[in-house]
Design a protein around this ligand. Structure first.
Ligand SMILES: Cc1ncc(COP(=O)(O)O)c(C=O)c1O
Length: 427
């Protein structure tokens, strides 16, 4: 797909009409296109939006995009932000405009979404043994010389299945693969030992449809992850790249891909990747953080590497979920009209930040989220909590990935509440 078509597809998102499919959008905007609604610059609090509504902060989003762009550049890392976090082509585009090499994804349908919006470089951080998906990707590559696709391999059988699916398909070029090194015994995917990695690389070497271009893995899966253990595992990954290079296993590649890094350990990735020795080909040191884009108020706020290297900056939580108090049945209880359908709850409960009444906001002192039902948040209210039926509660969330996926259309609001954009997601 050429750049003009990709731009048209993105622009077409704004031609979509507002209706019942999109939670929280103003009922009186029914029938407007998103472009028309954006032009109205409605206010999130007074413009007819209904609760619950999830909003992204325009300023914070831009801050996070810029911070990771500069972080990656400062450390000599290429960046393929994990797209599964947002599944939002508009954000993919902004990440690419902010210097990203490409987009990381996890599943074939996610690749289809990215390709539908013209993403040219895709790193699939998973082994792909689905024959229909492999054939489709091969066809995409045949049709588009600019489309670069790299995926994991972690088993000899996987390599054989890939090769079988791609053979005779008239593939214009071999599919590029990287051996995934598992993060340790009992961890998630990836070969467990260097010997296993060699066996998988041997299998790739005799598969004409595949080309080995690097090594990769995911340090957040290191069992009992600590700075020492994560660095130890990253050291093994780098050692494997050097060993394979020395053994000539990357013959035919243009560059050697070494990839790791979510949003919890990119400081360690930057440090250890800086020690990659001179290889026979240029190294593409590929970082894959995804959660950074919205960041969050609990899990990632606690674990962000910027807590260890504050001199390099700080990400800012960009989500705020607005829900309304619909019941205050006892002095120590209140209920708002958002629940598991609206808020991430797999890692931590949401946290109440502010109470909004009659256009003024104050801190949500004494208000704690204690449980979630499908459509309710349970709030425990201490004696000092000033909260009434009708108040809007602004909540912070934990875990970006499971926040984005509950919303098909997310207003992007400036600090004063002016909505300046709408982000469409495709989960
Ligand atoms: C393989 C892989 N790479 C990168 C990431 C991105 O990590 P994060 O969500 O912490 O940004 C993930 C997240 O699950 C992952 O599974």
């Amino acid at each position: 797909m050429d750049a003009a078509t990709a731009a048209e597809r993105l622009a077409a998102l704004m031609a979509e009409r507002v209706d019942h499919r999109f939670k929280g959008l103003p009922p009186d905007a029914e029938g407007l296109t998103l472009a028309e609604l954006t032009a109205e610059r409605r206010n999130l609090f007074t413009g007819g939006f209904t609760t619950p509504v999830l909003a992204l902060s325009a300023e914070r989003l831009e801050h996070n995009l810029t911070l990771m762009e500069t972080y990656a550049a400062r450390h000599g890392l290429a960046f393929a932000p994990h797209g599964k976090t947002s599944m939002a082509p508009q954000l993919f585009q902004r990440q690419i405009e902010h210097g990203a090499w490409g987009i990381t994804l996890a599943a074939p349908h996610q690749v289809r979404v990215a390709r539908a919006f013209g993403v040219r470089r895709i790193f699939l951080a998973n082994e792909l043994v689905d024959a229909a998906a492999l054939r489709w990707i091969a066809a995409e590559q045949a049709a588009d010389p600019d489309f670069r696709f790299i995926c994991y391999v972690d088993s000899v059988r996987g390599v054989e299945l890939m090769d079988a699916a791609l053979r005779g398909r008239g593939t214009s070029r071999p599919m590029e693969v990287v051996v995934e090194l598992g993060a340790g015994e009992g961890a998630r995917t990836g070969v467990r030992t260097e010997a296993d990695a060699r066996a998988v690389a041997d299998a790739v070497a005799v598969a004409p449809t595949l080309r080995l271009v690097g090594v990769a893995g995911y340090e957040a899966q290191v069992p009992g992850a600590s700075p020492e253990r994560v660095r130890g595992w990253l050291g093994r990954l780098v050692g494997l790249a050097a060993e394979f290079d020395k053994a000539g296993r990357f013959a035919g590649a243009d560059e050697i891909v070494v990839s790791a890094g979510g949003s919890e350990w990119f400081d360690a990735v930057a440090d250890v990747f800086a020690t990659i020795p001179e290889l026979t080909l240029p190294a593409l040191k590929l970082l894959r953080s995804g959660a950074y884009v919205s960041h969050d108020d609990v899990h990632y706020s606690r674990l962000t590497p910027f807590n260890r290297v504050p001199e390099e900056g700080a990400l800012e939580p960009a989500f705020r979920l607005w829900a309304q108090v619909v019941s205050r049945p006892s002095p120590d209880q209140a209920f708002v009209n958002a629940g598991k359908r609206d808020a991430a709850y797999d890692l931590d409960h949401p946290v109440a930040h502010v109470v909004r009444r009659d256009g003024t906001e104050r801190p949500a002192t004494g208000i704690e989220v204690t449980a979630l039902s499908d459509q309710h948040l349970w709030l425990h209210t201490a004696p000092e909590a000033d909260v009434e039926v009708g108040d809007w509660i602004g909540l912070g969330l934990s875990h970006p990935c499971t926040s984005f996926d509950k919303w098909q259309l997310i207003p992007v609001a400036e600090a004063d509440g002016t909505v300046v954009d709408y982000i469409r997601t495709f989960f």
